[in-house]
Design a protein around this ligand. Structure first.
Ligand code: FAD
Ligand code: SF4
Length: 513
């Protein structure tokens, strides 16, 4: 009997209560899930990321089958379809459904190609409104309409009011909308002290199987198969509990701080679980707000955390869909340089970069400031091609999905959108890294020095970046001061910086940066 509906579940749509599964007909509908090589075996992508996605999908399949639902699950196989559109096309041929039902996928190209498959097969496609996010794509477009500037802070306040979060008589709890000024502390010379690590759960059967399969099948994936990442809703709950109990009270305060050999610090480590939909963002926010109401965590920590999820996360998603596929080609600063090989190997004398990349290769995780103010900053100052930078961020992080990675990389980190998302480029010299971490202790380079062999590459490249983009930023309200400082430097120094930059590019090519 032909299926009534094929319900497509993609690897990042593992919500057991997903909107397009709520009215499933257990007798006549078929749920389609597929592991495909183009996604799971992408050369240069992180093993831990692929292992997490595949194991999480297999657990979802088992849970759906236990509920008596019919799941057509295509496991990764040499003879199987290589891509998701091919998998959908095969499933349509197998089941001859009356319609295909799906949620919006996490990338423009996939939305277009899956839509095309249904049109080519002449099967109606029904796209169900997705309530995993707290602001719909249309809702964001409505908010954006008529606004000259799409400021995250404005969106965030609008979302707080709309959802009634951390409000008292219509006013923000604690008297302020934003407690960011409390959130810039470094650790001081004594370091972060004892920091609780995320819960170490025993790997599941699917995690072990998938890890072995990836080891046997692919030599092109990078990094270690860290199996710590939650792959079931229960494991994700355990991580959420641990965050709320152990780290939320200190969240925010040390948000911008980094420390040698400390990968986890006071962050939530929940992005992958939320992006896979093992946790609902509303549930995560409610837990944090409850912790405040019970006196477990201060308002600055809770507001800071809520802002990340209700504000930034929803905002970048809105921007991604509002901007459309063209965003992938943004390159406002005309950057074309290839990324230094150290981004992939972690082999570099720059202690901060080697720390971040080694940590990434081990776990597939780096926190926000490591992304923005170490890796992203170096790529930006280096003049790296934004699309290559985006691909690097997609490849090495367990939580990467295009809708969230692209606006963060091209907009926030690389200023490739010319300032639509952030009003100015996040640029700094090595002194920023020195202030926020202990990475510079024992580094071959000196963050205070801009020329010569000891010069910190960030510091040299900072002046070089300003010189290269002087005209663009000379009258920029938030950059003019930095350009003025550049103009105060003498011509001899400018020449020495240019020479040092040329040398840095040679060193990078030799793998000796
Ligand atoms: P925490 O710092 O503890 O924050 C709590 C939660 O807030 C996160 O779990 C996440 O869900 C949300 N959040 C915070 N900031 C952002 C943001 N800017 N955008 C979206 N969500 C946010 N996040 C991803 O989920 N996937 C990515 O591929 C990704 N790429 C990034 C690339 C760059 C260059 C930058 C600057 C940021 C990127 N981010 C990305 C955002 C952010 O860095 C991560 O969400 C965060 O570091 C994940 O770690 P955590 O769960 O410990 O987060
Ligand atoms: Fe990084 Fe420069 Fe500090 Fe070395 S001196 S750790 S390269 S910021």
């Amino acid at each position: 009997m032909p299926a009534s509906a094929l319900r497509l579940v993609l690897g990042d749509q593992l919500d057991r209560d997903a909107a397009h599964l709520r009215d499933v007909d257990a007798d006549r509908d078929i749920i389609v899930m597929a592991e495909v090589a183009d996604e799971a075996l992408r050369p240069g992508y992180h093993r831990a990321r692929s292992a997490m996605f595949l194991a999480a999908m297999r657990h979802m399949r088992d849970d759906l089958r236990e509920r008596g639902l019919r799941v057509d699950y295509v496991a990764l196989d040499d003879d199987g379809p290589r891509s998701l559109p091919a998998a959908l096309s095969d499933a349509i041929s197998r089941h001859a459904p009356q319609r295909v039902v799906m949620l919006r996928p996490g990338r423009h190209d996939l939305l277009a190609s899956l839509t095309r498959v249904c049109a080519d097969a002449d099967v109606p496609l029904e796209r169900v409104a997705d309530d995993h996010f707290l602001c719909s794509v249309d809702g964001f477009a409505g908010w954006a309409e008529g606004r000259k500037l799409l400021r995250m802070e404005d969106f965030y306040r609008w979302m707080r009011r709309r959802h009634g979060i951390l409000l008292e008589d219509g006013e923000p709890v604690g008297g302020l909308w934003n407690f960011d000024h409390d959130n810039r502390a470094g650790f001081g010379r004594s370091g972060p002290g004892e920091v609780p690590t995320p819960p170490a759960l025993e790997p599941t059967r699917h995690q072990r199987d998938v890890a072995a399969m990836l080891d046997a099948r692919s030599t092109d994936l990078l990094g270690e198969t860290d199996l710590r990442w939650p792959v079931t809703p229960e494991a994700a709950q355990t991580w959420l509990d641990a965050f709320i109990d152990q780290r939320l009270p200190r969240f925010g305060r040390f948000q911008d701080a980094m420390w040698t050999d400390e990968a986890w610090l006071w962050h939530a480590h929940l992005s992958a679980a939320i992006n896979l939909r093992l946790l609902h963002p509303r549930e995560v926010i409610d837990r944090a707000v409850l912790a405040y109401q019970r006196g477990h965590a201060p308002i600055a920590a809770v507001e800071g955390f809520v802002r990340q999820i209700l504000g930034w996360r929803e905002y970048v998603r809105g921007i991604y869909w509002l901007r459309g596929p063209d965003q992938a080609f943004d390159n406002a600063l005309g950057a074309t340089a290839p990324l230094p090989p150290a981004f992939w190997s972690g082999t570099t004398h720059m202690r901060c970069m080697s720390q971040v990349v080694q940590q990434l290769l081990r776990h597939g995780y780096a926190h926000h400031i490591q992304r923005l103010m170490v890796a992203g900053l170096l790529a930006q100052l280096w003049g790296s091609a934004p699309r290559e930078v985006h691909e690097w961020f997609m490849a090495l992080y367990v939580d990467s999905i295009e809708w969230v990675t692209m606006p963060n990389v091209l907009g926030m980190s690389q200023y490739a959108d010319g300032g639509r998302l952030g009003s100015k480029p996040y640029i700094a010299s090595g002194k920023y890294v020195q202030r926020q971490s202990n990475y510079c202790d024992g580094c071959r380079y000196d963050p205070a020095v801009d020329i010569g062999d000891q010069a910190c590459p960030f510091t040299t490249l900072y002046w070089d970046f300003l010189a290269r983009h002087r005209e663009r930023f000379a009258d920029h309200p938030r950059m003019a001061l930095q350009v003025k400082n550049l103009d105060r430097r003498d011509a001899e120094r400018a020449r020495a910086v240019a020479e040092r930059v040329a040398r840095l590019r040679e060193l990078a090519a030799e793998g000796a940066l």
